[in-house]
Design a protein around this ligand. Structure first.
Ligand code: SAH
Length: 224
């Protein structure tokens, strides 16, 4: 899979893809993440990518020309399954959305900044808008990193144990059961006996019961 991220603050996206699972996924060639600096596509020598909003008011708006230039460049090189704009009022990001995107070959993620992007970008240049929640961030970069992370970890081979993404919360409409590691007793706080029993079937049953209970308590709508 290939993920192209368009941003006016590329340095914000350096760290999220340079560590741990996401780094290894790229090293193994399972995903390519390319970050594009919008300023490289600016139309004037000041590398300006934003301007004042028509009608007045505080806050700058990302201009359509550099975004269009960048997208034209990318689209001339390959077909994109989806061109996504990160937006607080977009479709809410869920595990289902991540699952669907993980089946695609190439996607673009556009990060807004300041007041957002010229509305004509949203109307004419992008195919989908995704929000990571009903709150407002300063820019789309952290949201893009969240989206990309949730998608990349689903790609076959990215997690060392192929089944481990399948047992995560939401994957089967259940919240993940509790997990424990050593020591078996800490200040008298004990790990449930069943997990130490070595009895595979009973452990699986316990995990399923716990997942069900947790889902009932915390996300009952998933069971509907
Ligand atoms: N004025 C806009 C917010 C702009 S926030 C409004 O009120 O809706 C600046 C940028 O941050 C946005 O263009 C978007 O790309 C990103 N962003 C902010 N909150 C986000 C969220 N919850 N999900 C995804 N992207 C978000």
């Amino acid at each position: 899979m290939r993920i192209d991220i368009i941003t006016c603050l590329p340095s914000l996206l350096e760290s999220p893809f340079s560590h741990s699972i996401l780094k290894r996924a790229q090293q193994k060639g399972l995903v390519t993440v390319e970050v594009h600096d919008l300023r490289d596509y600016a139309q004037n020598k000041h590398r300006q990518v934003d301007d004042y909003a028509y009608g007045g008011g505080a806050g700058m708006v990302l201009m359509i020309e550099p975004i269009m230039q960048c997208l034209d460049h990318l689209k001339s090189e390959r077909h994109y399954d989806e061109i996504i704009y990160m937006s607080p009022d977009g479709e809410p990001l869920t595990q289902q959305v991540s699952n669907q995107l993980s089946l695609y070959k190439n996607i673009v993620i556009l990060c807004g900044h300041y007041k957002g992007v010229d509305e004509r970008v949203r109307e004419h240049l992008i195919t989908r808008e995704i929000s990571i929640g009903d709150y407002v961030l300063s820019g789309g970069e952290l949201a893009a990193a969240v989206l990309a992370d949730s998608v990349i970890r689903l790609l076959p081979g990215v997690l060392s144990d192929e089944t481990s993404a399948l047992s995560d919360s939401f994957q089967d409409n259940l919240i993940a059961p509790p997990v424990y590691t050593r020591p078996a007793s800490f200040q008298g706080w004990k790990v449930p006996d069943v997990l130490l029993s070595g009895h595979e079937r009973r452990i699986q049953e316990w995990r399923y019961e716990q997942a069900l209970k947790r889902t009932q308590d915390r996300r009952p709508h998933l069971l509907e």
